[in-house]
Design a protein around this ligand. Structure first.
Ligand SMILES: [Zn+2]
Length: 324
C-alpha cells in the first residue's frame, strides 16, 4: 500500500456522440428536454469534446474509470455506429478513448442502452428501463445481459475490466448481480479479478472500496463513490465566468486544499472516489464542468501532492484487497 491515498474519477454515461442524459430527461418529464434555465438540452456530444477532456485529464495525470455505454439510448451501438452519423465517427471516438485514456483509466460498460432494457433474443426494447428491469431479475437473466454488454465492447477491442451500474442497476438483487458480473467477466475476458461501481456513499466519507465477492478463486471489489458530482450544477447554469468555476471547484477542494468534499473524505480516513458524469463536464455544450475539472486537477497537484495519488479502478481494486 503506497503512503499516498488513492483518488479517482468515476466517469459515468460517456459514450460516442449520444448525450444520454437528454434521453433520460425526456423519459422522466415526457416533454422536450430543457435545462433548468430553459435552454434545450443538446442531442449530441461532439467528438472534439472527448479530445478536450483527454487534454485535461492528461495535463493533471488524472485516473479512474471511464464508462462506455455500448448501445447508448438504443440509437445504435459501438460496433455499427450511431444512427444518423457515419460509423467512422464512432470508431474515431473509440480510438481516441483507447489511445489517450487506457493507460490511466479502466473502461467498463454501463448498461446496454442506459435507457430501455433490451430483449436479447429479438433486439426489441422492453417497456421497462434498465434500472427497473434489473431489480426484478436474478443471475439467470442478468448474466447474459451483462455478457452482451461486455461482448459489444470486446468486439471493438475495448478491455472492460469492470462494471458500472446505470443508476442503481441491480441494487435490490445485489447478491445475484455479483454472481452475474463475475460470471460474465469470466465468460468474455477469462478474468477472475474485477470491480464494479454501484454504491453512492457520499454521506459516509470514511468508507473505502471493499471485497464484495470472493468465491472459487473469483474476486469482485466494490468501488463506492465518496464525493458527490458537484460538476452537475453546470448543466443548468448559463454562467461560465471564473468566479462561478471557482465556486463549484471550492465545493470539491478549496484553493488552499483545506476544505471541500475531498478534504472531508481525507480527514475522515476514506479514499476520495469522485462520482462524475459525462454530461456534467459537457455542461450542455458550455463545457463549464470541464473547466472545473481542469482547475480541480491543478488544485490537487498543488495542494495534495503529498497526500493523494490519481489511481485507476483496477489499481484501487488491488489496493483494496491488500488492505483487507
Ligand atoms: Zn449513468
Amino acid at each position: 500500500m503506497p503512503n499516498r491515498v488513492p483518488i479517482a474519477l468515476l466517469i459515468d454515461d460517456s459514450c460516442p456522440l449520444v448525450h444520454v442524459y437528454r434521453y433520460h430527461w425526456e423519459d422522466v418529464h415526457k416533454k422536450a428536454p430543457m435545462t433548468k434555465d430553459g435552454r434545450p438540452l443538446l442531442d449530441v456530444v461532439p467528438n472534439e469534446f472527448l479530445d478536450r477532456f483527454c487534454d485535461v485529464v492528461q495535463r493533471h495525470g488524472m485516473a479512474g474509470k471511464f464508462s462506455i455505454v455500448p448501445a447508448p439510448a438504443g440509437l445504435g451501438d459501438v460496433v455499427h455506429g450511431i444512427a444518423g452519423f457515419a460509423p467512422e465517427l464512432t470508431r474515431a471516438w473509440l480510438t481516441t478513448a483507447q489511445t489517450r485514456l487506457s493507460d490511466r483509466f479502466d473502461f467498463c460498460p454501463e448498461g446496454l442502452t442506459h435507457n430501455l432494457a433490451v430483449d436479447l433474443q429479438t433486439g426489441a426494447f422492453l417497456p421497462q428501463g434498465e434500472l427497473e428491469w434489473s431489480n426484478l431479475q436474478d443471475r439467470t437473466t442478468l448474466t447474459p445481459y451483462l455478457t452482451r454488454e461486455l461482448e459489444l465492447l470486446k468486439a471493438v477491442d475495448i478491455d472492460a475490466t469492470g462494471f458500472t451500474s446505470c443508476w442503481t442497476f441491480g441494487q435490490k438483487v445485489e447478491a445475484e448481480y455479483l454472481v452475474a458480473m463475475v460470471t460474465a467477466q469470466q465468460a468474455v475476458y477469462q478474468r477472475a479479478f474485477s470491480w464494479y461501481f454501484l454504491h453512492i456513499w457520499h454521506r459516509f466519507p470514511a468508507s473505502r472500496p471493499y471485497i464484495a465477492y470472493a468465491q472459487a478463486g473469483k474476486t469482485l471489489v466494490s468501488i463506492n463513490s465518496t464525493v458527490d458530482d458537484f460538476f452537475w450544477a453546470t448543466i443548468d447554469s448559463p454562467r461560465t465566468d471564473q468566479a462561478y468555476i471557482e465556486s463549484i471547484t471550492d465545493q470539491l477542494l478549496t484553493a488552499d486544499g483545506q476544505a471541500g468534499a475531498i478534504r472531508d473524505v481525507l480527514n475522515a480516513g476514506g479514499w476520495p472516489i469522485l462520482m462524475n458524469h459525462w454530461q456534467s463536464f459537457f455542461s450542455n455544450g458550455l463545457e463549464t464542468g470541464l473547466a472545473v475539472l481542469d482547475l480541480l486537477g491543478h488544485r490537487v497537484s498543488t495542494t495534495l501532492a503529498d497526500e493523494v495519488a490519481w489511481t485507476s479502478c483496477s489499481e484501487i481494486a488491488q489496493w483494496a484487497v491488500l488492505e483487507q
